[in-house]
Design a protein around this ligand. Structure first.
Ligand code: M6R
Length: 612
């Protein structure tokens, strides 16, 4: 949540900063601002509302500074307002700071600083940071080149919580300091310039060489250099990492919205995620995994822990692992997992799924599992993301940058990766299961079948036009289809603001059916041949009560019973979520468009949830 951009180079900083913020707006868009170092000191320009409002601020075009920091906010402490917008500045106007994260002890720090004569002008937790830096700076009698760094380091030692911060100082007009703890921040290395950002895609058009920071590594940036220090201010040697994503993968490429582009990128995302891990006639291989048969035999439980859509992908993973490997697997919501005292020991394998790799709850759940002695495996889409640096093992989806807040290609890539993982485990365990050979074939055919499924777009759009003004919708399925119902319902809520519920179809008559009345829309998913007749009976119960029905199926059913039936290619129940979710992604998309909403940046949501 919140997006940070920084620039230090020879070009005018303000257009670069605003451009970067526009790309990071999916992280939060309550207010935005930039601070640049000008000839007469630090200039601050900020306001509430969207980033584009910055273009209207008086004097923004006159900024000449070539060093600057910038921020787009997702409000936590203090309502969206100009005063609460970042950057913040200390009372003496020496330091300006942008911050992503939450300072948990800001009350105590505020009182401490107030007792020392500092005044506060916002309700934010962030405003303590520039003032605390100033406090230490003013107490430091040594006037050497590390004075700025010492002040930032000393202030950070006092901060509890999570933070990624950029600091500029009017006394050091050719430097910027950045540091992170439990909040994302990367540095892009250019030629005679450095870029800073909360994520890689925002600055991919400038460079593909990145420094990835660990917690509490302090960086002094100058135009031609980046010097790294640990918390004791001992220098650290750090190399850049070249990122394979190309700049166009972070562009809309002619699509109206990132979400639609990302839906259509799914054949490629799945192909890339499968990569060379799987061929029809050889064993499934994960270059980065060194699990042994003995280890897998020693574990008695797997936890899959994640949030939102990633958790829904975990449900498909549980289905595959339990069915193929017979290892009991539980799926948990990260924010609950860590507080429910889960039973974990060295016989537990904990798998954490996070597209961004920066979700605070998921990272905290991982740390807890590690402390309790479990082995940890991270699944992420972002190389070098926090979760991958914390885990014992990491494997990656290769979905390319996902910009739209509503996750689409990351979900299907996570499901395919989990299926590959379960095949890998089953083969290591030497489990003889005739499903495996068939499953490999089905996985390899997925990109083609996704392309087929995408052709349902027009029919889905037609149905969306009929129901976009509805207030409530229900998603029903049984078995693996229930997991897709959950994901379909989440997608709809997020971007259309329609109240949506998902249920195991058989559960409806135990209560929720009381909500079904004339013209309520019910979406049924039916891909499991063993359960299709049962689900049809449940849907029949709502049809009888006047519901409008949309069915997504790969089975031969009597279409006449329903208002609209979307037929998708046939596949088995391990991989069916990857196909059956696609019409539902399109459904949410078209409903959101019909309602004239901002598909990529739905209200109140941020792409990366880096606070608890
Ligand atoms: O980056 P992560 O995969 O950890 O994000 C987890 C959830 O916040 C995310 O999947 C969220 O539910 C999406 N907006 C859903 O579309």
């Amino acid at each position: 949540m919140c997006g940070i951009v920084g620039y230090i180079g020879t070009k005018k900083a303000s257009p670069i900063l605003i451009n970067g913020l526009l790309r990071l707006e999916y992280r939060g868009y309550d207010s935005a601002g930039i601070a640049t170092i000008e000839k007469d000191g630090i200039s601050l320009m900020k306001d509430k509302g969207r980033v584009k409002n910055l273009y209207n601020l008086e004097g923004i075009d006159d900024l000449e500074g070539t060093i600057g920091i910038a921020h787009t906010r997702w409000a936590t402490h203090g309502k969206p307002s100009k005063e609460n917008s970042h950057p913040h500045i200390d009372n003496s106007k020496t330091f300006s700071v942008v911050h992503n994260g939450i300072i948990e002890n800001y009350h105590e720090l505020r009182e401490f600083l107030a007792d020392n004569g500092y005044t506060f002008y916002s309700q934010t937790d962030t405003e303590v940071i520039p003032n605390l830096i100033h406090y230490y700076y003013s107490k430091d009698e040594k006037n050497d080149e590390l004075k700025f760094l010492r002040a930032v380091r000393n202030a950070c030692k006092d901060l509890k919580g999570s933070f990624a911060i950029e600091v500029v100082c009017k006394d050091y007009p050719d430097n910027m300091i950045v540091v992170r703890k439990d909040s994302p921040l990367v540095i892009g290395k250019g030629d005679g310039e450095n870029y800073i950002s909360s994520d890689i895609p925002a600055i991919l058009s400038f460079t593909r060489d990145f420094y990835l920071l660990n917690d509490l590594e302090f960086v002094i940036l100058s135009r031609n250099d980046a010097k790294f220090y640990d918390i004791d201010l001992k220098p650290i040697d750090k190399k850049t990492k070249t990122i394979e994503w190309n700049a166009s993968s972070a562009e809309k490429d002619g699509f109206d919205d990132y979400m639609l582009k990302e839906i259509y990128e799914q054949p490629t995302a799945i192909r890339e995620t499968i990569g060379s891990k799987l061929t029809e006639n050889s064993k499934c291989e994960f270059e980065d995994l060194t699990f042994t048969k003995e280890y897998l035999q020693s574990i008695n439980k797997i936890y899959i822990v994640a949030c939102g859509t990633a958790m829904h992908a975990g449900l498909a993973g549980k289905n595959a692992i339990e069915k193929l490997c017979k290892i009991p697997t539980e799926v948990d919501i990260a924010s609950e997992f860590r507080y429910r005292d889960p039973i974990i020991d060295e016989k537990t394998l904990c798998i954490f799924i996070s597209q961004s790799g920066e979700t605070a709850d998921t990272i905290a759940a991982l740390k807890l599992s590690r402390e309790k002695g479990a082995k940890t495996l991270a699944i992420s889409n972002v190389i070098g993301s926090s979760i991958t640096r914390e885990a014992d093992y990491s494997i990656y989806t290769h979905a390319g940058p996902e910009i739209a807040v509503a996750s689409t290609k990351a979900y299907t890539s996570q499901v395919v990766l989990l299926i590959l993982l379960s095949i890998y485990f089953a083969e290591l365990l030497e489990i003889k299961n005739e499903d495996i050979a068939n499953l490999k074939k089905e996985v390899l055919e997925l990109p083609k079948k996704i392309e087929e499924t995408l052709k349902t777009s027009e029919v889905v759009k037609e149905f969306s036009k009929k129901v976009y003004q509805e207030k409530d919708m229900f998603f029903l399925g049984r078995g693996i289809d229930e997991t897709v119902a959950k994901e379909g319902s989440l997608k709809l809520k997020e971007i259309s603001y329609i109240h949506a519920e998902s249920y195991a179809a058989g559960e409806l008559k135990h209560g929720p059916i009381a909500l079904i009345e004339n013209d309520v829309t019910v979406i049924g998913i039916m891909t499991d041949p063993k359960l299709v007749e049962k689900t049809i009976s449940n849907i029949q119960e709502v049809v009888t009560r006047g519901a409008k029905t949309l069915i997504v199926t790969n089975q031969d059913i009597d279409d006449k019973r329903f208002d609209m039936v979307i037929h998708i290619p046939h596949t088995n129940t391990f991989v069916s979520p990857i196909l059956s979710i696609i019409p539902l992604q399109l459904f949410s998309y078209y409903i959101s468009k019909e309602k004239g909403l901002d598909v990529d940046k739905p209200r109140n949501l941020a792409k990366s949830v880096t606070v608890e």
